[in-house]
Write a new protein. Structure first.
Length: 150
């Protein structure tokens, strides 16, 4: 039976990527990525939950980042694709610890938002207000649906 180890994340870099160059010339890039989701709790209050992911990059992609051909910085909105790896190490107190990392094989900066959140029609984008609690939209009556100009 085949298996698959694939992860896709879209989030913001928590710090500038760190570059480590080894004696043999190989490079490793380390970064953290924050992904967030918003939901309403039982009391109808908005709650934001953020998860932090350790990102590791090797090979040509690491070289591109280290040599400045790809400039990523803290706060950038990123698309990261790779696989999960868990490794163990022993800390200074002799305790065995485990860390899970995303070994990225694709990492791209997402396009920044348009200035002032402009719509494609050139008008400022204003999000619709949230409906009042208990509001239930009503379906249009038959007369309301017939006054369309097309």
């Amino acid at each position: 039976m085949a298996s698959l180890n694939k992860v896709i994340l879209i989030g913001r870099l928590g710090k500038d990527p760190d570059v480590t160059t080894f004696e043999n010339g190989n490079r490793k890039i380390s970064a953290t990525l924050a992904t967030s989701e918003r939901y309403r709790d039982r009391d109808n209050n908005w709650v934001e939950q953020t998860d932090w992911h350790n990102i590791v990059v090797w090979g040509n992609l690491a070289n591109d980042i280290a040599e400045g051909r790809r400039n990523y910085a803290k706060g950038d909105l990123m698309y990261v694709e790779g696989k999960l790896r868990t490794r163990q190490y022993t800390d200074q107190q002799g305790i065995v610890r485990y860390v899970t990392e995303v070994h990225a094989d694709k990492m791209m900066q997402m396009a920044p938002a348009r200035p002032a959140q402009q719509s494609s029609y050139g008008q400022p984008y204003t999000p619709a207000p949230e409906p009042a609690p208990g509001y239930t939209p009503q379906a249009p009556t038959q007369d309301e649906g017939n006054d369309l100009p097309f």
